[in-house]
Design a protein around this ligand. Structure first.
Ligand code: HH2
Length: 391
């Protein structure tokens, strides 16, 4: 007898098709082949006990803290381990449970829905492809990789146009370096660097233009000059930024950073790096919605290298899929960063292959935007990955 091992759900569905399973059967049994591991935080103990019972009753499980057994805690984190089909049944059952059953059911439905549905990104009425490539254009003297190369206006515009030719969907223009230990520049200086380049690229290309700034006054002038999106490394923490973006109807990248560029690499610490970042991104996305930013123009970004050790960065990349559960497109900016240099023991100008490896992994994990210095190479790597992913 011939044996085939089934390693993942895509293969499972294809195999069912080949042996002639009906479309309804593929849908139903496909759900039995998809595994969910979902962590819910601070679940009140009564709800946690019900959740455990119900998870067991559908053939799955729910891991709880040991302290629950001693009944000496008010709440616990809970990790559900279920197939998609089991999750469907559990969700229905939780709806009829007392205490917070209905709220938990809604939360589970939302998480599963966020994995199933591709999040949309629309900027000033234009739909952005996914995965998109965002080309980095630093109009600065001191950026860690391209510092000083594009400080000159003509060279910056030329590089912007070249990136569009190479296939960049978005150009991200920055006027202040955020590399660890970098100094701040005034809003006036930043505007002087960035605004002429935004205006020129707005006129001369049809690329989507993003401006990398956390200063509301720079953001406002950049939007007036034609920017479609503000890339905010402070993730809307600066006073007035969320409202400004909401009023102007443009998009936002909400990035996570622990600390400030001056001190962020001093001793970054997390209890659970994925959960800690997710909590921040979720809260800031809610702030964005409250400020009137449209749900389909919000992008989230775990902020590779911003207050993270090499291990934190590697773990984030390994678990990028987890951010999909928040329901927003995810951006990853790993290009040429020092964790690649430290992993491979290579200088900044030798980190292309390492950056491409991360881009491929990110696309496989459902990331929507890859931020890169090396547009042509990244576009090719992304296209190749998608050719395999979409077969
Ligand atoms: N990384 C940098 C700057 N801005 N924005 C987002 N959303 N995500 C990132 O990972 C990110 C970012 C740092 O890289 P770079 O712009 O090349 O360097 P510098 O800050 O030195 O200009």
């Amino acid at each position: 007898m011939f044996n085939t091992h089934i390693r993942n759900e895509a293969r499972l569905e294809r195999l069912m098709e080949i042996i002639g399973v009906s479309p309804e059967g593929i849908d139903l049994m496909g759900k039995k082949g998809r595994q969910y591991i979902i962590k819910l935080e601070s679940v009140p103990i009564k709800d946690a006990i019900i959740l455990k019972q119900e998870a067991l009753s559908v053939g799955g499980d729910c891991a709880l803290s040991w302290s629950v057994l001693g009944l000496n805690t008010d709440s616990t984190d809970a990790i559900l381990i279920l197939t998609e089909r089991q999750m469907e049944i559990l969700t229905k059952k939780m709806e009829y449970q007392p205490f917070n059953g209905r709220i938990i059911a809604e939360e589970l439905r939302e998480i599963v829905g966020n994995y199933e549905n591709e999040p949309a990104l629309t900027l000033r009425g234009r739909r952005v492809n996914s995965p998109a490539v965002m080309g980095i254009l630093n109009v600065t003297p001191d950026s860690f990789s391209d510092g000083g190369k594009y400080l000159d206006f003509e060279r910056a515009v030329k590089r912007g146009k070249q990136m569009v030719k190479e296939g960049a969907d978005i150009i991200d223009i920055g006027g202040e370096s955020s590399r660890p230990g970098s100094g701040r520049v005034s809003a006036a200086e930043e505007m002087e660097r960035v605004l002429p380049v935004v205006e020129a690229l707005r006129k001369e290309t049809d690329a989507i233009i993003s401006v990398d700034t956390y200063k509301p006054e720079v953001a406002e002038r950049a939007i007036d000059a034609g920017a479609d999106m503000i890339n905010d490394i402070y993730g809307l923490r600066k006073e007035g930024m969320a409202e400004l973006i909401g009023q102007h109807g443009v998009g936002v990248v909400i990035m996570h950073m622990q600390g400030d560029p001056e001190n962020m690499q001093e001793n970054p610490q997390y209890r659970d790096v994925i959960a800690d970042i997710s909590r921040f991104l979720r809260a800031q996305a809610e702030k964005a919605l409250d400020a009137g930013i449209s749900i389909d123009s919000i992008v989230i970004d775990p902020g590779i290298g911003f207050g993270k050790t090499v291990e934190h960065n590697l773990q984030i990349i390994k678990e990028l899929g987890a951010f999909r559960s928040l329901g927003y497109p995810v951006l990853v900016g790993a290009s040429r960063k020092s964790f690649i240099g430290k992993t491979l023991d290579l200088h900044v100008e030798e980190r292309l292959e390492g950056s491409l490896a991360v881009a491929v992994i990110a696309v496989q994990k459902g990331v929507s935007i890859i931020r890169t210095h090396d547009v042509m190479e990244t576009v090719r790597a992304v296209k190749m990955t998608m050719a395999v992913e979409s077969i």
